[in-house]
Design a protein around this ligand. Structure first.
Ligand code: BEZ
Length: 211
């Protein structure tokens, strides 16, 4: 199945390091970051899982739950967790799905056979509380992901869901934002009474604090 933005994230049941989970039930009303890594006891994955665990306070502030996946079994995940704590100085504080039959990996298109027939690539999905797919990125196995970028995208999604704005290139929270194209100038006068800068009629810039 090819997943696209706006699709409902497929539900599944799987074994994990916190026991059996039903994905939608586990996600509840939270945003979710679901990410696959190729296999256990590998160096890049080890650094990624340690970093994502360190992001727990940032995720909690944004109402986000993280969940990892690899095709290795739970017993293998459990053995690896100790190594991650030892080498990354941080215990993993989120579940890791065990997907030995590749059920979830195939459901989410995490196996890219021309890249690797057996193991998952590095995919990351951002799923909102309605279970809608809002972002996915796919990285090759040899490139560790930038999870700060995932947090940045979640900030943008949460802002643009709440206000009729979009975020420009390399935007970071607190920086200027763009009035959404769907907002007419008349509507914008109501929404942004302090006005905006418009170097072009379609490029209307306001302070984030005005949104
Ligand atoms: C790693 O996590 O280091 C890795 C996993 C699979 C292929 C290449 C690197």
């Amino acid at each position: 199945m090819t997943l696209r933005l706006g699709d409902t994230a497929p539900d599944f049941q799987a074994e994990s390091t916190i026991g059996p989970i039903r994905f939608h039930e586990w996600a509840g009303d939270s945003w979710t970051v679901l990410f696959s890594h190729p296999r256990d006891f590998t160096p890049v994955c080890t650094t990624e899982l340690g970093y994502v665990a360190r992001l727990a306070p940032e995720f909690a502030r944004r109402g986000v739950k993280a969940i990892g996946l690899s095709i290795d079994p739970v017993a293998s995940h459990q053995g690896w967790l100790a190594d991650i704590k030892e080498t990354q100085g941080q215990a993993v504080n989120f579940p890791i799905i065990a997907d030995p039959d590749r059920k979830v990996a195939n459901l989410y298109g995490m196996i890219h056979p021309a890249h690797d027939e057996v193991y998952t690539v590095r995919t990351v999905f951002v799923i909102d509380p309605k279970k809608t797919l809002r972002l996915f990125l796919t990285y090759p196995q040899t490139t560790g992901r930038n999870f700060d970028e995932i947090v940045r995208v979640i900030d943008s999604l949460q802002l643009t869901d709440a206000h009729r704005v979009a975020t420009p290139v390399n935007w970071k929270p607190g920086e200027d934002v763009i009035i959404a194209g769907s907002v007419s100038d008349d509507e914008a006068k109501q929404l942004f009474p302090q006005g905006w800068q418009a170097p072009k009629p379609y490029l209307r810039i306001v302070k984030q604090s005005a949104a």
